[in-house]
Design a protein around this ligand. Structure first.
Ligand code: ASP
Length: 310
């Protein structure tokens, strides 16, 4: 039987053992487990990689624990601006959306852009108009309100600082979310969704919705979803770089992913991690931070949910 697998992440950052209560840890693991199982069930029932990654990411977006969808961080204006991207490794079709507000599941909107327009990337007001034309309804600001994230924003809102959600050395909520999958037909896909950085302004866009930077999929090589200091992942064209190292240098998915995270992104000052899968179902989950919320399950019966560096 052909191997299939799903990997998800909920963000990388200063996740040091002992900073979080055991109860909080359990909550994160339970949320990761639920998203993993929902996405994996799609693969198990002969579903395709695109449906599996969208399903998993939607679940993570619906959880207030992660910095995406419902749990998105506050911008400098006190709003939530979300970014997302999805890519199909079989066709190289991609959809991306940026600077949207009020949408419950940005990843589904990204997929609609891919499937229902001739475009790849819609942003801001125009993306909102497109969403409304498809009948998307808007959630109220209360849906996205979270006391902890509000305090994160209050602490820095009168400064020029903007901050990675996951770079605070205290118990907190971390994380952009993402999923990569390889299905039974050896097709692969990647999806990434985020609220970006606390106190961001001027329409700041990170790596997550940029094809090749925070998200990429190509059946010839791999599917990748990144998390971390977006500016560096953009400059390093991180996700595509993993693919290039495999295609041009013949590296395995593990070697290429590690080279990008532990060397190339690190060398230019970027911190974070990524998840990747190739079209044989092999996976990689490197990170150069203290921790990364992550989980995977393969048809060979392997399953793991992790937060810290083991
Ligand atoms: N990469 C995301 C961004 O820069 C943030 C994150 O991964 O948490 O918007």
């Amino acid at each position: 039987m052909k191997k299939y697998s799903l990997v998800i992440h909920g963000g990388a950052g200063t996740l040091v053992k002992g900073l979080m209560t055991p109860q909080k840890e359990e909550q994160y693991k339970a949320a990761l487990n639920e998203a993993l199982e929902k996405g994996y069930a799609v693969l198990e029932k002969d579903g395709n990689a695109m449906d599996a990654v969208e399903t998993a990411v939607k679940h993570l977006e619906d959880s207030p624990l992660f910095n995406a969808g419902r749990g998105s961080v506050f911008t400098n204006d006190g709003t939530h601006e979300m970014d997302a991207a999805i890519m199909d490794g079989k066709t190289l079709d991609a959809g991306a959306v940026s600077l949207i507000t009020g949408i419950k599941n940005p990843i589904s909107l990204a997929r609609d852009i891919m499937e229902k327009t001739d475009h790849v990337f819609l942003a801001g007001e125009g993306a909102m108009r497109f969403a409304k034309s498809l009948g998307y309804t808007l959630e109220t600001p209360e849906y996205f309100y979270d006391e902890h994230r509000y305090q994160q924003w209050q602490n820095i809102k009168d400064s020029d600082k903007f901050q990675l959600d996951h770079s605070m050395k205290k118990e907190g909520k971390f994380g952009t979310v993402g999923a990569v999958a390889c299905d039974k037909n050896r097709n692969i896909a990647a999806a990434t969704s985020t609220g970006g950085m606390t106190n961001k302004r001027w329409g700041r866009v990170g790596d997550s919705p940029m094809i090749g930077a925070g998200n990429y999929a190509n059946n010839k090589t791999c599917a990748v979803s990144c998390t971390g200091s977006g500016e560096y992942f953009i400059r390093g064209v991180a996700a595509y770089d993993v693919s290039c190292l495999m295609e041009y240098k013949g590296m395995t998915v593990e070697e290429a992913a590690s080279e990008v995270i532990n060397k190339r992104v690190l060398e230019i000052g970027g911190d974070g991690g990524l998840i990747a899968v190739d079209s044989e179902g092999n996976i990689a989950m490197p990170f150069n931070t203290e921790g990364m919320y992550r989980a995977f399950k393969t048809s060979e019966g392997k399953k793991e949910i992790g937060i810290y560096r083991e």
